[in-house]
Design a protein around this ligand. Structure first.
Ligand SMILES: Cc1cc2nc3c(=O)[nH]c(=O)nc-3n(C[C@H](O)[C@H](O)[C@H](O)COP(=O)(O)OP(=O)(O)OC[C@H]3O[C@@H](n4cnc5c(N)ncnc54)[C@H](O)[C@@H]3O)c2cc1C
Length: 533
């Protein structure tokens, strides 16, 4: 991963000249934004740690070098990238600890609890909510526990389950599963770098969640090493033995312990994968179609409805020579719909089942007024599904702010949430003197509602990028709370959404989570300042 941005340092997806022109005409000319050199990055000096920490894992499994600390000092949200680009990090871990076994994890947590050292679990470091920020809390030191060495994979082909180590990155887990003819079907946009432990700790949702389920739907059991011992649940398809303790670990964001082992449901590698795109008149009509699909058991495995602004920008901003341009031809064919909205649908599974489900969904789409753009357009989306974060780096280079946020609501109130959040983001950007482009897509659909994912772009305010971001984030979050939506459908809470947890789960809910934390982590060393503070 690039130390200052996203992805493979050798991979670059250049914006087309027309895309740059479109940005300049819509958002205004921005001041280019080069990133600092690694050598220039200012990081606080590490505090010395007691010898007992190294003794817990062996000296070879502790990293204290500057680059290692810079690489684990932030996640990959916009404010993280601002600080990396500026070369100013207010915090960094004092050391990175790389445990090689569950026993070593337990020893590190025991030592850190005794010595008063905060512990920040780190998977792929792709958090966009400040989840891996090395907050010291009231402690003297902070270590980042990088879990990359915990990478077992064991498939039970007969039960269609697998036990996976938390340190496996998305592609590594898929490779191990595919060797046994199965797949997890969990493909978030951060797939290339995010890990199994991170997926579980944040209740992640992949792009095919409508078909395969969100990650938390896939988890059947977990093992979590807390400072006071191991919390584990048994591997059965279901249990009525009280509240599901598994759910305490899933979504705990490293505040209760380290998830060391995750059992998941898997499926045979699909025989057939079919992606296609459709165009609908507007976002409201598209929303009605997706609701009908969800409520008539006709949802494709991937369903993604872009609003008008996102449809236009997706076509305009795709990389130079990008496969997404193949969308253009189909789009132009139905251009009579001047302000259309793109719907991408994907089906995966046995050939006959895919054909049947596709024809069922096609009927619902057509009866809602959608026009087919064809397979090439859908496949173009599929091929470019991991490109957006690479394009984000290009846009930042040009001097534009790019941020995303996710929420969800019931069908009855989804329109209110969409209007409220969109208006709040737009108004806040305008008030900053940087009118923006606010885009949204609906995905992760359920019979009772769906998620909304906003992306917004604006000229950055040079030198005041974080203030600009804070203002928009606060306005958007207030609008989400006002409309009764969730503060996060899948990005989790971390540090950034902490102020909104009261609205989400109430004071008693927060106290309940804190009581659980006090039992599992009495010294409070696990990821301080996240989830519930
Ligand atoms: C470009 C981009 C696209 C994204 N797209 C999606 C998307 O499509 N869907 C989605 O759900 N999310 C998405 N995210 C958010 C992020 O990728 C997810 O939250 C992901 O699950 C984090 O995994 P990770 O391994 O990187 O975890 P990290 O970022 O390392 O950690 C996330 C949180 O989990 C904790 N944690 C990590 N591992 C463990 C463990 N083993 N035990 C206990 N706690 C642990 C950390 O302390 C932290 O609080 C995206 C992020 C980026 C930057």
């Amino acid at each position: 991963m690039k130390w200052w941005g996203w992805g493979d340092p050798d991979k670059r997806i250049q914006l087309a000249t027309e895309a740059v022109a479109m940005l300049r005409s819509e958002l205004g000319e921005a001041e280019p934004w080069p990133h600092a050199g690694l050598i220039e990055v200012v990081v606080p000096e590490p505090r010395p740690l007691p010898r007992t920490v190294a003794d817990a894992v062996g000296a070879g499994a502790i990293l204290t070098g500057r680059e290692h600390r810079v690489r684990r000092a932030v996640g990959r949200g916009y404010p993280d990238l601002v600080r990396l680009r500026a070369g100013r990090l207010d915090r960094a871990p004092d050391a990175i600890v790389l445990p090689g076994s569950t026993a070593e994890v337990a020893r590190v947590l025991e030592v850190c609890s005794r010595e008063g050292i905060a512990v920040v679990p780190f998977g792929g470091g792709t958090s966009v909510v400040g989840g891996v920020e090395p907050l010291r809390g009231s402690f003297d030191g902070v270590v980042t526990l990088d879990l990359r060495r915990l990478r077992g994979a064991d498939v039970d082909r007969r039960s269609l389950t697998a036990r996976l180590g938390p340190g496996l990155r998305g592609p590594e887990a898929e490779e191990a599963l595919r060797a046994e003819g199965v797949t997890l079907g969990h493909f978030p946009q951060s797939f290339e770098y995010a890990t199994i432990g991170g997926f579980a700790a944040t209740r992640s949702a992949g792009q095919a969640s409508s078909g395969y389920g969100r990650f938390d739907d896939l988890v059947t059991s977990v093992r979590m090493t807390a400072p006071v011992g191991e919390l584990r649940t048994i591997d059965t398809p279901h249990s009525a033995a009280g509240p599901a303790l598994r759910e305490l670990a899933v979504g705990s964001e490293g505040t209760l312990g380290i998830i060391t082992d995750v059992a998941v449901r898997v499926r045979p590698v699909p025989e057939r994968r079919r992606y296609e795109a459709w165009m609908v008149a507007d976002f409201a009509a598209g929303t009605e179609i997706v609701r009908s699909l969800a409520q008539s058991d006709a949802l494709p495995d991937v369903v993604r409805l872009s609003d008008g602004a996102e449809t236009r920008a997706n076509l305009g901003l795709s990389g130079a020579g990008s496969s997404k341009r193949a969308l253009h031809s189909g789009y132009l064919r139905v251009r009579r719909r001047a302000r259309g909205c793109l719907v991408v649908c994907g089906w995966e599974g046995e050939r006959k089942a895919v054909a049947g489900r596709r024809s069922l969904a096609g009927r619902v789409l057509r009866s809602g007024g959608a026009a087919a753009l064809g397979q090439a357009a859908g496949e173009a989306w599929e091929r470019s599904r991991y490109e957006a974060p690479y394009l984000r780096d290009e846009l930042l280079d040009l001097g534009y702010m790019v941020e995303t946020l996710d929420t969800a609501h019931t069908w009855s109130r989804l329109g209110e949430l969409y209007d409220g959040a969109r208006a709040a983001i737009g108004a806040s950007l305008a008030a900053e003197g940087t009118p923006g482009l606010v885009m949204c897509h609906l995905s992760h659909a359920y019979p009772d509602g769906a998620s909304l994912y906003f992306t917004f772009l604006a000229r950055r305010r040079p030198g005041a990028e974080l203030e600009q971001w804070r203002a928009v984030k606060a306005a958007a979050s207030a609008a989400i709370v006002e409309a009764g939506g969730t503060i996060s459908h899948h990005h989790a809470v971390g540090r950034d959404h902490l102020p909104y947890m009261q609205a989400e789960i109430g004071e008693l809910g927060i106290e309940t989570l804190r009581a659980v934390k006090e039992r599992l982590d009495p010294a409070g060393v696990m990821n301080p300042g996240k989830l519930v503070g």
